[in-house]
Design a protein around this ligand. Structure first.
Ligand code: NCD
Length: 337
């Protein structure tokens, strides 16, 4: 694809070469994300950050990634702080906001809303999550993390074995990740969920049609026994009609150190898009895994910065200029990385 000026709305717009390109640019962003160097390549550029659903890491990391490239961020969070609460259409909001920004990152509870907004926008729009549909930048950072984690374990993306666990019906991160895995060869996907929260049928069919093996199960222990990655997810309570309904499924699949030790192969990588639900009745990833070196959840969040910086650099067509605008960091940076 042509990155400059493009919207990033769905994983389906990428081919394998595009993903490789994003990852190569993300690799080159590491010295900036790790505060070895500073670049001002996006000096004067503005990111419009519009999050109409709760978000911590996606919102802040999009903003910080833009800042790390030297740009400024303008934020709107929640409907109540936006003219959408006064009845303004997505079309009008897009026409207005795109006059104030060079690129927009947006999250919205309705499926397809970010694409609708993008159609009216005068600047590129990145989908930060549209309802239970897609979350493409998360899938990219997840795959970037998978790639680096399994490389150190002598495995590659071809013939990857991955278990996705939890709310596969409403979880947009696993929808996008499955679509991304289709681009590779011979992936084995084990989908572990309650019957009512199974992965949408068309996503499963698409994986099978592209030659991948998909198993569906509602048993955690057996399903995580022979995989490279366990990708756990939160019950997406905000998509249920009531808390009581979400409570039926919360805490159903809990991974803790004891289960890990007894059922997983040594060095199985544990991932989660976060937030993990750490309340007593949920705990899909127990805190007792925190000292397990295979817990990659905070490497995922760190990698999110690299991938989002790469998307901005590609969309705004400054990849080749990043280093020309660089200088050394002048403040204390010890201990963090
Ligand atoms: C996810 C999301 O918003 O889809 N969070 C994230 O962006 N990392 C997952 C979730 O909320 O459970």
């Amino acid at each position: 694809m042509q990155f400059p000026g493009s919207h990033i709305l769905s994983i389906q717009q990428f081919e394998r070469a595009d993903v490789e390109r994003i990852f190569a640019v993300a690799d080159a962003m590491a010295p900036y994300a790790q505060r070895e160097k500073v670049t001002r390549v996006l000096d004067g550029a503005i990111l419009g950050s519009m999050f109409f659903e709760p978000s911590t890491r996606t919102r802040v990391s999009f903003g910080s990634a833009f800042n790390l490239l030297g740009g400024e961020v303008r934020e709107t969070t929640g409907f109540e702080n936006s003219a959408i609460a006064k009845g303004e259409s997505l079309y009008d909001t897009a026409r207005v906001l795109s006059g104030y920004s060079d690129v927009i990152a947006m999250r919205h509870p309705a499926e397809g809303s970010v694409a609708e907004f993008a159609a009216a926008s005068r600047v590129p729009v990145i989908n930060g999550g549209d309802g239970s549909n897609e979350h493409p930048s998360q899938a990219l950072l997840d795959l970037y993390t998978i790639r680096s984690e399994i490389a150190t374990r002598g495995r590659g993306l071809e013939q990857l074995r991955i278990a996705m666990v939890g709310d596969l019906r409403y979880g947009r991160t696993v929808h996008s990740l499955c679509k991304l895995l289709r681009l590779f060869q011979g992936v084995q996907v084990v989908l572990v969920s309650p019957e009512a929260l199974r992965m949408p049928g068309e996503i499963v069919e698409d994986l099978r049609a592209t030659g991948h093996e998909v198993l569906e199960s509602d048993q955690l222990e057996a399903s995580i026994a022979h995989v490279d990655i366990v990708y756990s997810t939160r019950i997406q309570e905000e998509r249920f009609s009531s808390q009581e309904e979400a409570d039926l499924y919360r805490g159903r699949f809990r991974l803790n150190q004891n289960i890990y030790t007894h059922h997983c192969e040594p060095n199985t990588v544990i991932m989660h898009p976060l937030p993990r639900d750490s309340r007593e009745n949920a705990r899909e990833l127990d805190d007792d895994l925190n000292d397990n070196p295979n817990l990659a959840i905070f490497r995922q969040t760190d990698n999110g910065m690299l991938v989002r910086m790469a998307l901005f650099a590609l969309i705004l067509d400054v990849v080749d200029q990043v280093d020309r605008h660089a200088r050394a960091v002048s403040w204390y940076t010890g201990g963090r990385f």
